[in-house]
Design a protein around this ligand. Structure first.
Ligand SMILES: Cc1ncc(COP(=O)(O)O)c(C=O)c1O
Length: 359
């Protein structure tokens, strides 16, 4: 697939310089068509009958396999969820934390991770990585680890600045359970879960899937308690609600997921070119270099998010850019704008961003 062919999959790019996959990725024609087709199919079959139900199970199995391949694992380690937040809740509740336990995180995490940590019952220690070079992150996070630490829970790529956190090194150095929020990494940069314990995926962002869909990698399903059980994911259930968990990580599935969205996601996963990570890194660097000539880039990130200090009021600037056909977001309370560069982004999108910005 050439770059032009890949880009032409997305109708939104004909109208907008769409630089917001960190929130929601663009939807391809194939994804939109697969959603409509699945909706029609579901209605035709009355959402009932053995064949229809088996088709849903087959669709779920396909998605589980595709997502497993994406992050370097096998389907038995993947739960299908509705979001990264879902995955974080499943893990933060399932590792059975309580008073006296500590969780280490950073000062640049999304509420999708922070809120589950906050209600986990553990004391949350916040490592201050934001104002420091990425090269210091390992040391900074390690200095928050104590004998009481039961979980390290951080993003792979910070949603604020695009900085990549040393998740594998943290696992190696501490041996502690590590939960990685992969909302800004899966689909944007190569991911291999390796020795990590838990890894979340958001499908609606860099994977260009419909919302709401996600996944959770679980290295050892038996080591995580099921605290948010769904009936869909258990092998057998007694009259009093006692249950035998499903095999493998499927026991953490978040229940029913909408079939048109799953069908759309399958098309999205199949439409991604194999050169996607190289291209995304290249165009993000191009964007960073171009913006740096006029604006202060925030952080030394090298993933696909590029944040910079807006000239003037950032929310107003984002709104003005939208009206000019350029979609970026502001980061509340910071005065920063964030551009998301995907494998579909071209030089013209970046030129339009620069042309639309106030100086
Ligand atoms: C780093 C990070 N974590 C979590 C989330 C929430 O993702 P989801 O909507 O899949 O729960 C986001 C969304 O922007 C994010 O950037």
């Amino acid at each position: 697939m050439t770059f032009e062919e890949a880009r032409a999959q997305f109708p939104v790019l004909e109208r907008f310089a769409y630089l917001n996959a960190g929130t929601l990725g663009p939807l391809s024609r194939a994804t939109l068509a697969a959603q409509s087709e699945r909706l029609r199919f579901d209605q035709e079959h009355g959402r009932g009958g053995k064949a229809w139900f088996e088709s849903v199970l087959a669709l779920r199995a396909t998605i589980r396999e595709q997502l497993a391949t994406l992050i370097g694992t096998t389907p038995d380690h993947v739960a299908l969820t509705s979001s990264t937040t879902d995955g974080c809740n499943i893990v933060a509740s399932g590792v059975s934390l309580g008073p006296g336990d500590e969780v280490v995180t950073t000062d640049s995490e999304h509420p999708g991770l922070l809120l589950p940590l906050n209600v986990s019952g553990a004391h949350v220690r916040v490592a201050e990585v934001a104002a420091r070079p990425t090269a210091n992150a390992l040391e900074t996070i390690m200095s928050s680890v104590t004998p009481r630490t039961k979980l390290i829970a951080i993003s792979h790529v910070l949603w604020t600045t695009g900085q990549m956190m040393p998740v594998h090194e943290l696992k190696r150095e501490t041996g502690l359970p590590v939960l990685v929020d992969g909302a800004q990494s899966a689909g944007a940069i190569p991911v291999d879960v390796g020795e990590l314990d838990y890894y979340t995926v958001s499908c609606q962002k860099w994977l260009c899937g419909p919302e709401p869909l996600g996944a959770l990698y679980v290295r050892d399903p038996d080591a995580l308690a099921i605290k948010i059980p769904s009936y869909f994911a258990q092998k057998s259930i007694e009259p009093d609600g006692a249950f035998a968990p499903a095999e493998d990580a499927a026991r953490f599935d978040s229940g029913w997921l909408t079939t048109p969205s799953l069908a759309g996601l399958q098309a999205a996963l199949e439409g991604a070119p194999d050169w996607r990570y190289d291209r995304a890194a290249e165009v993000a660097e191009l964007c960073r270099r171009a913006l740096r000539e006029r604006y202060e880039i925030v952080g030394d990130g090298n993933a696909t998010l590029v944040s910079f200090v807006a000239a003037g009021d950032a929310p107003a600037e984002a709104a003005r850019l939208y009206d000019a056909g350029v979609v970026v977001r502001d980061l509340p309370g910071t005065g920063w704008l964030r551009a998301s560069c995907g494998w579909w982004t071209n030089e013209d999108d970046i030129d339009r961003l620069l042309a639309g910005l106030s100086s």
